[in-house]
Design a binder for this molecule. Structure first.
Ligand SMILES: Cc1cc2nc3c(=O)[nH]c(=O)nc-3n(C[C@H](O)[C@H](O)[C@H](O)COP(=O)(O)OP(=O)(O)OC[C@H]3O[C@@H](n4cnc5c(N)ncnc54)[C@H](O)[C@@H]3O)c2cc1C
Length: 438
């Protein structure tokens, strides 16, 4: 494949439809050599390069300005080592495909977020995480990377070789190069037993430490305009899976969580003042228990489109911060038809990980697609600012490099690696200029 000829011009937009570009040069390389050729092409044209995953970021982090590299044809599993429990994959593989292949081989990722549509490289690049105070985000499961740099050379990196690049590129925001392959540390396949149950939010917050400590993967969704939270307690089990029946699964996960919820959101969008009444119907659902393979429990279908902002704050500030969000909603007159999601993770040492050097609580707010998110998100952001909150790199926020730098203890290491590997900012775009500086 040669990139002498001009590439196909294409438009692009993200999953939520709030980021789009009308005309960029699109490349779909199928090998590492072809990725290198795209980089050479961009250098020769003095273009900037943006590699995209599956477009599941809400921010403009994946917005290409000149050259767009789509790795959806570069998505194979290269090697599985069952003894060492590792897998090496091409960067464009989607987590859903990877999860199925791992399961067939008796292996699994240690923890996942709540969807699996993302690519492995896209998910680690923005610090994607799930929940579980003993577990970290996905980037911390990475043990080796191969990266195509801004001079088109390829470098291997691990915690012992090119370690600064390795540490930074695990949550690299796409700013340090094109990740070509990713090696992950896995665990043996496991089942999760699930309890989904509404709880009074005041009681839940009083016993928060207990819920976090006693469950491998604890999360909850506070339903605005109500005193209720929907909780999920997922625990590792050696018992055989007892999944929901097909019909119950379809009813709970497809009809209720997606179509019925979508209809409620659409109705609320046209009659916002009815949202508090509609919200009161949500927590009425009872307790549900089942168990299944971990990757099937962690990740769900998401059909209803929305905009999202999520902040990582010190875990011990969680109850106070959430109570401030609750008061804000009561006092402000915002009509909110999406629950506020709260999750927890262990710290890691990755410079731009949202959990870098601190045990974290994540508070995520959502707005139905097409509704004005700015006043609500800005008001919640000002609460999160008082806890040195770190925004998810792929979810909406209003920060810049000056406000972000003091919130990351190893911010300067990332900047010096960036200066070293991409001094001419081949991999920059406007979003990266805002959050990292020029
Ligand atoms: C419905 C929904 C649910 C979500 N759930 C969660 C969740 O549970 N937890 C969570 O933390 N986040 C969640 N997210 C956010 C999502 O995980 C992140 O935005 C993730 O980065 C998206 O991955 P992607 O493959 O779509 O990457 P994109 O959004 O396409 O790209 C993200 C970044 O990765 C970079 N990138 C992609 N490929 C490469 C590569 N090969 N080399 C270098 N850089 C690369 C891009 O340049 C860009 O900077 C959710 C998003 C949606 C829409």
């Amino acid at each position: 494949m040669s990139f002498e000829a001009p590439a196909r011009k294409a438009s692009w937009s993200n999953w939520a439809g709030n980021q789009h570009v009308a005309s960029v040069s699109l490349f779909k390389p199928r090998s590492e050599e072809e990725i290198q050729q795209v980089v050479e092409f961009a250098i020769s044209k003095k273009n900037r390069v943006k590699v995209v995953g599956s477009g599941h970021s809400f921010t403009a982090i994946a917005l290409a300005e000149d050259v767009l590299v789509d790795l959806s044809d570069y998505d194979a599993v290269i090697a599985i080592d069952k003894l060492a429990k590792t897998v090496t994959v091409q960067a464009g593989i989607q987590l859903s495909k990877l999860n199925s292949i791992l399961h067939e081989n008796g292996l699994a990722m240690q923890n996942l977020g709540d969807i699996a549509y993302q690519t492995i490289a896209g998910s680690i690049s923005t610090s994607t995480h799930g929940t579980g105070i003993k577990f970290t985000g996905i980037a911390n499961q990475v043990v080796a990377l191969r990266v195509v740099l801004a001079d088109s050379t390829v470098v291997d990196c691990t915690s012992t070789s090119n370690s600064d690049l390795f540490n930074c590129a695990r949550v690299g925001l796409g700013a340090l190069g094109i990740i070509s392959t990713v090696t992950l540390q896995l665990v043996s396949a496991f089942n999760l037993s699930v309890i989904e149950q509404p709880m009074r939010v005041d009681e839940l917050l009083e016993n928060l430490d207990h819920h976090i400590a006693l469950n491998d993967h604890f999360e909850f969704f506070w339903v605005p305009h109500t005193g209720w939270a929907l909780t999920k307690r997922n625990n590792r089990t050696l018992e055989p899976a007892e999944p929901m029946g097909k019909m119950s699964h379809w009813y709970a996960k497809t009809l209720m969580e997606n179509y019925a919820f979508g209809a409620v959101c659409m109705f609320g969008k046209s009659r916002p003042s009815l949202i508090p009444k509609l919200a009161k119907a949500l927590p009425a659902s009872g307790k549900t228990t089942y168990s299944d393979a971990s990757y099937k429990v962690f990740a769900s279908k998401r059909i209803v489109k929305f905009y999202e902002m999520e902040y990582a704050i010190p875990r011990e500030a969680c109850a106070e911060a959430l109570n401030r969000v609750r008061r804000l909603v009561e006092d402000s007159g915002f009509f909110l038809n999406f629950p506020v999601e709260v999750r927890f993770t262990a710290p890691d040492e990755i410079p731009l990980s949202t959990a870098s050097n601190r045990e974290s609580a994540y508070i995520a707010v959502h707005i139905y697609k097409g509704m004005d998110f700015v006043p609500y998100f800005k008001a919640v952001e000002s609460i999160m600012n008082s806890y040195q909150g770190r925004p998810h790199w792929g979810k909406l926020h209003f920060q810049n490099s000056q406000t972000l730098a003091p919130r990351y203890p190893n911010w300067n290491l990332f900047q010096s690696v960036r200066d070293q590997v991409d001094p001419k900012r081949l991999f920059a775009n406007t979003y990266l200029e805002t959050v990292l500086g020029k």
